[in-house]
Design a protein around this ligand. Structure first.
Ligand SMILES: NC(=O)C1=CN([C@@H]2O[C@H](COP(=O)(O)OP(=O)(O)OC[C@H]3O[C@@H](n4cnc5c(N)ncnc54)[C@H](O)[C@@H]3O)[C@@H](O)[C@H]2O)[C@@H](O)CC1
Ligand SMILES: [K+]
Length: 528
């Protein structure tokens, strides 16, 4: 099953697909097999890098091109030639013996007519560069850096600290393009120029923090190769969200837009559920009910106007409420407390086939016996369950599983969790990662730092529930909610408190949803 969001990826204006380095290699080979020589792709790549330098630095600037032993270095040779041709003072430093260059990189080196010097930290410092083009390693980085490459990375970072600008070819050297990991040491770039599509490592931490501005250059690889490559990961963006958001019909009524139940904690822990309930309503759910224990009914009722409040006594009460099939999405976890009572509530919510989003205590309550929990989740219909852990909740629940322990990236950890549970798993963070059972994944990276505040996660739970209630599949609902959540935080700005997120939702949604065209009435004509 390919998720709807991945299918809709083609609708976006900015390319949403993220290609692993292996997928990028397949895109490259497929293009070359269709008749575009590799050296043409390399020339285009090197030209794009040179143009990135020219955009921000005047001719006459001193440029060091630090070239490595592979095709990333080849791109560096092309950039060096182009920059020298328009008056930049270029020093080319090669890490490794020139005779080890192969194929297109060897050809690019032949076309460079200036001197090629051995790369050493001393040679780099002596060149006193205004700009460094980092062409040491790109997609081919396959082991931790040490020895001379590590010393060179240190020298580049020291030069940058002294004021040099760094433009990385494809990826900052030392960053793994597929995982975003820093392999021993990595260059800190001001800009990275990548080719055809961004890579997950440009968006996953810590790689994202090393790459500076990201430029995606067209180097002549046709979009049609994506049909062969079939990338499994996207970056969530506004076009995808626009394509996923339900547009209410004028002929519809509130029950067409779903009815969310948010399960409230009792006593002093009711605020989290209220935040979630309000978010569900704001994102367009037709109705929202707060299922409240007896001691929470009064406060929940007093603090809400549009949200309904129903008294439900423990798991039995929730089960009785949910016998009404019009409640088509349930959210629980925030403020419930950890323990048997919450496990029983989760049991009531998971019975049946309505959509469920589980967060916070609804996840932590199962850490002592996760297998039973996973079995219950796997028994549910596909595409109906979302788990929204933060790092700590994820680790407590999943880290003992060998496949999670061995996974090499956040993407693969989340994919493994989705495979194990059959649920869509959304792991929160600055690089929120969402995965579906079939391995389709999405990264959402629009969240500003000030979104990390008390109650923000509860709002996200409510957004997911509100979208599930309106009929979005679990993966699409989770990805859409994550983007709306981050974007709402950007709209509010610093000083944000969780309550603000729902309040800016109308203006955010207004930018995204085109109202359906309405036939003009006679009345409209009269008043004009
Ligand atoms: N795939 C594509 O479509 C295109 C790729 N191009 C460039 O080609 C690059 C990939 O080229 P390659 O596959 O040759 O790989 P790289 O040039 O990134 O690096 C491979 C070389 O580095 C060595 N190496 C890897 N890790 C090392 C470490 N830790 N310490 C020391 N040496 C290490 C390898 O043994 C190999 O010699 C891309 O990043 C991009 O810049 C472009 O030329 C344009 C087209
Ligand atoms: K590089």
């Amino acid at each position: 099953m390919r998720s709807a969001l991945l299918r809709s990826a083609a609708l976006g204006s900015a390319p949403p697909e993220l290609l692993t380095t292996a997928e990028m290699g397949r895109a490259d080979r497929s293009t070359i097999d269709s008749g575009t020589p590799g050296i043409v792709l390399m020339e285009n790549a090197g030209r794009a890098v040179a143009e990135a330098v020219m955009r921000r630095h005047p001719p006459g600037s001193r440029v060091v091109v630090l070239a490595g032993p592979g095709n990333n270095g080849g791109d560096g040779f092309v950039a060096a030639r182009r920059l020298a041709a328009v008056g930049f003072r270029v020093t080319l430093l090669l890490a490794g013996a020139p005779e080890r260059l192969k194929g297109d990189a060897a050809e690019a080196a032949r076309r460079w007519t200036g001197p090629t010097r051995p790369a050493t930290p001393e040679a780099l410092a002596a060149a006193r560069p205004h700009v460094i083009v980092d062409a040491l390693f790109g997609a081919g980085l396959d082991r931790p850096v040490d020895g001379l490459p590590r010393a060179l990375i240190g020298a580049v970072n020291a030069a940058r600290a002294d004021g040099a600008a760094v433009v990385a070819v494809d990826l900052p050297s030392g960053v793994n393009g597929t995982t975003g990991a820093v392999m021993g040491a990595a260059i800190e770039a001001d800009e990275s120029v990548t080719f055809f599509r961004a890579k997950p490592g440009h968006w996953l931490l810590p790689g994202r923090l090393r790459r500076g501005r990201l430029t995606i250059a067209d180097i002549g690889i046709p979009d049609a190769v994506l049909a062969t490559v079939q990338p499994r990961c996207i970056l969530v963006g506004p076009e995808l969200v626009r394509a996923s958001l339900p547009v209410p019909s004028l002929a519809g009524h509130k029950y067409d837009r779903g009815h969310v139940v948010v399960v409230s904690g009792g006593g002093h822990t009711t605020g989290a559920a209220r935040l979630a309930a309000r978010a569900a309503l704001r994102v367009g759910a037709g109705l929202v009910t707060l299922a409240s224990p007896a001691d929470a009914v009064a406060v929940n009722a007093a603090a809400n106007v549009a949200v309904m409040v129903r008294q439900t006594d423990a798991a039995e009460g929730l089960a009785t409420l949910l016998e009404d099939r019009r409640f088509n999405a349930v959210a629980l976890g925030p403020g419930l407390g950890v323990g048997a009572a919450t496990r029983d509530l989760v049991g009531s919510a998971l019975a049946g086939c309505r959509a469920v989003v589980l967060d916070a205590d609804a996840l932590t309550s199962f850490v002592d016996d996760p297998e039973a929990f996973f079995t219950a989740l796997r028994a549910r219909p596909p595409g109906t369950t979302v788990l929204t852990p933060h790092d700590g909740e994820f680790s407590r629940l999943f880290d003992k599983l060998p496949e999670i322990h061995e996974a090499s990236s956040k993407l693969d950890r989340v994919r493994a969790a989705a495979r194990r549970t059959g649920a869509v798993v959304l792991l929160k963070g600055a690089d929120t990662t969402i995965a579906d059972l079939d391995g389709c994944a999405a990264i959402n990276a629009n969240a500003p730092a000030h979104l990390a505040t008390a109650g923000a996660g509860d709002v996200l739970t409510g957004l997911v529930a509100g979208l599930l209630a309106q009929g979005l599949g679990a993966f699409t609902a989770a990805a859409t909610a994550a983007w709306l959540h981050g974007e709402a935080a950007r709209l509010v700005g610093p000083g944000l408190i969780a309550e603000d997120l729902s309040e800016v939702m109308p203006s955010l949604l207004a930018r995204l949803i085109e109202p359906p065209a309405v036939a003009e009435s006679a009345h409209d004509r009269v008043i004009r």
